[in-house]
Design a protein around this ligand. Structure first.
Ligand code: NAP
Length: 286
């Protein structure tokens, strides 16, 4: 794929904004669309062209990325009255990096195929920091030829992109990863609560964890958030609650998973817009 490939980017939230900025910085012409138009200003100021609808965006571009919340957003963006599938176009590559169900990927992949487009599910692991620095981990389902075509673009977004088989397999891998993320967030919260219950200082416990075999980038970042009393969403609790529901719908029913799914669903109404580590506040309130 040449540097002249024209990119379309749909979804300028916490993740989509830095990811699309990286492609723009790499020199690709980028068209953007966001449901709430005010979020396109930053990208426009950097040189992107703002499209008025998903269909208009597809008509102008070769490869379209989506980075939006959930299954409903994906359905609306593909099949809405000004949706992607309304464009009079064929032969495009559509790459859905949102964390959604394998089912919605299979559904829209079939609609894309009927119009001569290629669809990849390509969700990511990593949060805003990794999106900004191009260090995401990308897990891909769909045709191998589409993956090969997308590789030069993935290199600007992630440190690893792995093809995992047919449509939906990227989504399944992501649900497995986020199941573990749920365990770790709740596990860290429970360990800190237990320590606090016995008057141990959070700072001391975090120093111990971060210097032990239990250390990880995730634990370190979330520990820092707790220490700074900063629960602003890097990854919103409601998004993880959604992912755990998706995993459950795919058959996740093991003992830890059942507990974590339940805890995050209970926390979601009050703390959904805060970060995943706000699960600590929920557990404290119990
Ligand atoms: P976010 O900041 O909440 O942004 C969500 C985006 O989806 C916004 O552009 C929003 O448009 C759009 N959207 C929502 N519903 C829509 C609809 N019905 N039609 C059209 N657009 C719609 O979310 P995010 O944190 O960037 O996450 C995006 C995806 O990446 C999610 O699937 C999430 O699970 C996944 N993810 C997130 C992280 C993370 O750390 N944040 C990490 C890995 C994966 P508006 O601006 O109009 O609301």
């Amino acid at each position: 794929m040449s540097a002249l490939t024209t990119i379309g980017w749909i979804g300028l939230g916490n993740m989509g904004t830095p990811m699309s900025q990286r492609l723009l910085s790499a020199g690709y012409p980028v068209f953007v669309y966001n449901r709430s138009p005010e979020k396109t200003t930053a990208l426009r100021d950097l040189g992107a062209t703002v499209a008025t609808s998903p269909a208009a965006l597809l008509a102008e571009t070769d490869v379209v990325f989506l980075m939006v919340s959930d299954d409903q957003a994906v359905r609306e963006l593909f099949t809405g009255s000004e949706g992607l599938l309304q464009a009079r176009a064929t032969g495009k590559l559509l790459i859905n990096m949102s964390t959604v169900s394998p089912g919605v990927s299979r559904e829209v992949a079939a609609l894309c195929q009927a119009q001569g487009h290629t669809y990849l599910d390509a969700p990511v692991s990593g949060s805003v920091k990794q999106a900004e620095s191009g260090q995401l981990v990308i897990m891909v389902g769909g045709e191998e030829s589409g993956f090969t075509q997308a590789q030069p673009l993935f290199q600007h977004l992630g440190k690893l992109a792995r093809h995992l088989g047919p449509t939906g397999n990227g989504n399944l891998a992501k649900l497995a990863m986020n199941t573990l993320l749920g365990f770790q967030a709740q596990g860290l919260a429970e360990a800190l609560l237990f320590a606090q219950q016995h008057q141990l200082k959070t700072d001391d416990l975090m120093e111990l964890i971060n210097n032990s075999a239990l250390s990880s980038v995730f634990i370190k970042l979330k520990g820092e958030a707790v220490q700074a009393d900063n629960y602003a969403a890097a990854f919103a609790l409601k998004l993880l609650a959604k992912d755990l529901r998706l995993a459950q719908a795919e058959g996740l029913a093991t003992p830890l998973a059942e507990t974590v799914v339940q805890t995050f669903q209970q926390a979601e109404p009050a703390l959904g817009d805060e970060d995943v580590i706000a699960i600590l506040k929920h557990l404290k309130r119990r």
